[in-house]
Design a protein around this ligand. Sequence first.
Ligand code: ZN
Length: 193
Amino acid sequence: MNIFEQTKNRLNISDVVNYYGVQLNRSNFACCPFHAERTASFKVYPNAYKCFGCGASGDAISFVMKLFSLTGINAVKKLNTDFSLNLPFETYQSAPKLDRTNVLKFEAWEQWACNTVAEYLKQLDEWKRNYAPKTTDDNLHPLFAEALNKIEYWDHIYKTVFIEGDFTIKTEFYQTHRKAVDALDTTRKVRSA
Ligand SMILES: [Zn+2]
């Protein structure tokens, strides 16, 4: 489980929004902290929030990102500090250096993996837009829930590893997280089949 998932597992989103000043009523509605309103249209679900006024939606991590203008990983760090979670942050440094054969394997994988993550993010973005609840009585569509719960982590990986990562970061990620990316591709194929 990655640090984003571990953080969310340890927290209740209602406690998170409450901690940062959003008071929910008995039906889990509050006045939205992201736009000015007098009637409560910000709703909290078990692992997500959605505002029916301004359309903002996300999970506990994206709530903190948006509220404090933070990147995903910095929102995770803030939650870890504010809620004293003491979760260990990943470093990829323990991975051994790749030998020549594995460098070739890595190079063959890298472009494919980068595309796969980019495609998955595009997919999540579509789900987030297309499967959002339309009325306050709708239940959360599982694809909308998946989008809200995965988007920040994979966006973080895409930027820090595939776009900004140097050779060391990329090869260490390859050794420790390759399967997570390979699994994405399988999931997408099954779903779109
Ligand atoms: Zn709003």
